[in-house]
Ligand binder design. Structure first.
Ligand SMILES: Nc1ncnc2c1ncn2[C@@H]1O[C@H](COP(=O)(O)OP(=O)(O)OP(=O)(O)O)[C@@H](O)[C@H]1O
Length: 285
């Protein structure tokens, strides 16, 4: 893996656009993700998350705009950039293969492959080399798929709903293993998930798409620090529900208490603004 130049964004999109005939899946999407960040890609169904990942991975061509990976424009190469790994929603595992055979396939299919590293990740996951993929649990399959994605030693790792299908225990186990690894390696990660509560504490950067447009973009701490939600003692317990209670926008009386929102509240406020969602106000720094 090349040593990232800290001045160059790991991943940058400039006015990225994607139309599928009548559907405008992504509009004028511009962001710059610094190296070493673990970014959450949040947004409701159909917001354009998979489309964005597919475009970055070179699976689809944009209708407009540009993508840069470590400063190199996607216009200068075809297919997936050698420093990017993509773990799509449907995990690319062959059910009839053993764990060992999957690793061999990874070696064959990738010009750049760190066999030693991939084997170590599989060992850490407690996977038996002779076990068939079809006999693995959902959590074990996720760990194998992640080892396959990391075996390329990517500088940028794209994960589309990596924790879907997993029960809460497996989600925690897989996400901890994944995060330890990418932090140790300094890998930049872009990870989509519907379960925004899962992303808090895992991700230090947030991109939120709604109807193909980027509505939130920045370091999580900065975004949370720049917004306030009204403190409602009776309502606080409902923060985990999909549609949070409305919090009045104004006027705020002098006694009104404000607190920093959770990541979930902030994202929900953009996905479902009042009168159906939480009102979260921006504060000037
Ligand atoms: N191959 C395609 N042909 C036509 N429309 C498409 C195609 N793929 C996606 N779309 C449309 O583009 C929009 C964005 O879809 P996309 O799958 O990128 O969203 P998403 O945020 O990943 O959704 P989900 O969270 O449900 O996976 C949707 O309206 C979808 O119906």
């Amino acid at each position: 893996m090349p040593v990232p130049d800290s001045d160059v964004a790991a991943l940058e999109t400039i006015a990225l656009d994607k139309r599928y005939r009548r559907v405008h899946a992504l509009s004028e999407c511009s962001f710059s993700l610094p190296s070493g960040r673990i970014a959450a890609l949040a947004g409701p169904n159909g917001a354009g998350k998979s489309t964005l990942m597919d475009l970055i991975a070179g699976i689809r061509r944009p209708t407009g705009g540009e993508i840069r990976v470590l400063g190199t424009s996607s216009r200068s190469f075809s297919g997936i950039h050698p420093d990017v790994s993509y773990l799509a929603q449907r995990k690319p595992l062959y059910r009839s293969f053993t764990v060992e055979e999957m690793l061999k396939a990874g070696h064959k299919l990738n010009d750049r492959w760190d066999a030693e590293y991939a084997r170590r990740l599989v060992e850490q996951a407690g996977l038996t080399p002779k076990a068939k993929v079809s006999t693995l649990s959902g959590g074990q399959r996720s760990r194998l798929a992640i080892a396959m994605a990391l075996g390329r030693r990517p500088a940028v790792l794209l994960l589309d709903e990596p924790l879907a299908e997993l029960d809460p225990f497996a989600r925690r186990e897989v996400s901890h293993a994944l995060l330890d690894e990418v932090r140790n390696q300094g890998t930049t990660v872009l990870m989509s998930s519907h379960i925004v509560a899962d992303l808090q504490g895992m991700c230090d950067y947030l991109l939120c798409l709604v109807s193909g447009r980027l509505v939130l973009d920045g370091p999580v701490e900065e975004l949370l620090g720049a917004h306030r939600v009204r403190r409602e003692p009776d309502l606080d317990g409902a923060a985990g529900s999909t549609v949070s209670p409305v919090v009045e926008a104004a006027p705020a009386s002098p006694e009104t208490e404000w607190r920093a929102p959770t990541l979930e509240e902030l994202v929900l406020s953009r996905m479902a603004p009042p009168p159906h969602g939480t009102y979260v106000r921006a504060v000037s720094s």
